[in-house]
Design a protein around this ligand. Structure first.
Ligand code: OVV
Length: 405
């Protein structure tokens, strides 16, 4: 469907990208949007959309033209008050974005993670042993993908044990809140203030252990790299973006292997493929499906113009399966080079925690590959619907164990 605009015919689409039908299976809408043209107008929300790799990638790389400080959800912070104080990273533009980003880049960088590596691998081995001791049938989401990040990440940040059960519900609501105020947001709203208050309380210096990511953020404030007012908000970014994302990323890679036995065999032959496998799963599933940007001037896209101040929905998941960019995009394939996918974003906001996520995945996958010869689905899977995240609620699996270990 198209409509006449001053600059030609702008393709329009009446679908609800945040409706349950699309959340259950977004792939048909993604194909429709990609094929409609480089920019599509979404009538339901009066916003524009990019779904082709070329345009999503280019927009994410162009922070001057496509800003984040007006919010990366549907809500436009130029006109609407954000539901929580904006993130100093996600919802900020240079120059304000840069000091917090520099601090987190160092705290979460490959060098800093080296001291966690051995412990996380041991934790993964222990968790896998515990789960396998319970039998050959289990739920990959509730037995592995959820407990593993919850076992290692909050400890690494340095928050107390009490109340950690709030982390996943907080993240779920936060990622819903980037979408429209629909039933998913309404479902989380009653607890939002309580969860938010708990998360904010964990960001205080005196609650954080001496050697974690949180303490290192406060140490950066002592060195004057960020202000003491910024430190708690930077810690909040870890607790906001660091749990649900990795849970759903791990669910994605476990589902991918449970449904691609030949790829599991490959991983077992070459366990050093664990990291590529995780990136391929992030491309294939795109646990973070969408973020908005806001046009900072009238931007020409093909024959059309996105007017200044308007929101554009970036379909990361659609870009990651764009056949214009990827050969056989729907295949989960360890022999492809998935680098360049936009599942972690692109440009100055590209996921600052991606090394943490990869280390978690590497630890869990290598522990599992050591003991499990085959992993297969063992019943109907169930999706978890979220306005931003592509998630699983349940992945029942049966495993066949390696006898010698
Ligand atoms: C990437 C991301 C998602 C959600 C929250 C944040 C970041 C944050 O910085 O708070």
């Amino acid at each position: 469907m198209t409509v006449t605009q001053g600059y030609g015919t702008l393709p329009v689409n009446d679908a609800d990208p945040f409706g349950h039908e699309v959340l259950e299976n977004p792939l048909p809408l993604h194909a429709e949007l990609r094929d409609a043209g480089p920019v599509v107008y979404l009538t339901m929300y009066d916003v524009y959309a990019f779904a082709r790799y070329e345009h999503v990638h280019a927009a994410l790389a162009n922070w001057q033209g496509f800003q984040s400080a007006a919010g990366v959800g549907l809500s436009n912070f130029r006109y609407e008050k954000p539901w929580r104080p904006p993130s100093l990273l996600l919802e900020a533009d240079p120059p304000r974005h840069d000091a917090p980003r520099r601090v987190l880049t160092k705290v979460l960088g490959p060098r800093a993670l080296r001291r966690l590596r051995e412990g996380w691998h041991a934790d993964a081995e222990r968790l896998v042993d515990e789960v396998l001791a319970g039998g050959d049938q289990f739920d990959a989401v509730t037995s592995l993908a959820e407990p593993f990040p919850l076992r290692v990440f909050p400890d690494a940040v340095g928050i107390p044990n009490h109340g950690r059960e709030h982390l996943l519900p907080y993240g779920d609501h936060l990622f819903n809140a980037f979408g429209p105020p629909n039933d998913l947001v309404a479902k989380g709203a009653p607890r939002a203030a309580e969860l938010s208050a708990w998360v904010n309380a964990q960001c205080a210096r005196d609650l954080l252990t001496g050697d974690g990511f949180g303490a290192q953020i406060w140490a950066a404030a002592d060195r004057g790299e960020i202000t003491p007012e910024q430190a708690p908000l930077v810690v909040r970014s870890l607790l906001s973006a660091g749990v649900d994302t990795t849970v759903h990323g791990l669910s994605a890679v476990l589902y991918a292997f449970a449904t691609h036995p030949e790829q599991w065999r490959r991983l077992r032959e070459r366990p050093e493929l664990a990291r590529v496998a995780f990136d391929e799963a992030v491309r294939w599933e795109s646990p973070v499906q969408t973020f908005f940007r806001t046009a900072t001037n009238d931007v020409r896209v093909g024959d059309h113009v996105v007017p200044e101040g308007r929101k554009i929905l970036m379909f990361l998941g659609a870009a990651n399966r764009d056949p214009r960019r990827w050969d056989d995009p729907d295949a989960f394939d360890l022999s492809r080079d998935p680098s360049g996918h936009v599942g972690f974003g692109m440009g100055i906001h590209q996921c600052v925690g991606q090394h943490v996520a990869r280390l978690e995945a590497e630890a869990l996958l290598t522990a599992l590959a050591r003991r499990v010869r085959r992993i297969e689905l063992d019943g109907p899977t169930r999706r978890h619907h979220n306005n931003t995240l592509r998630a699983w609620e349940s992945i029942p699996v049966r495993v066949h164990l390696e006898k010698s270990i």
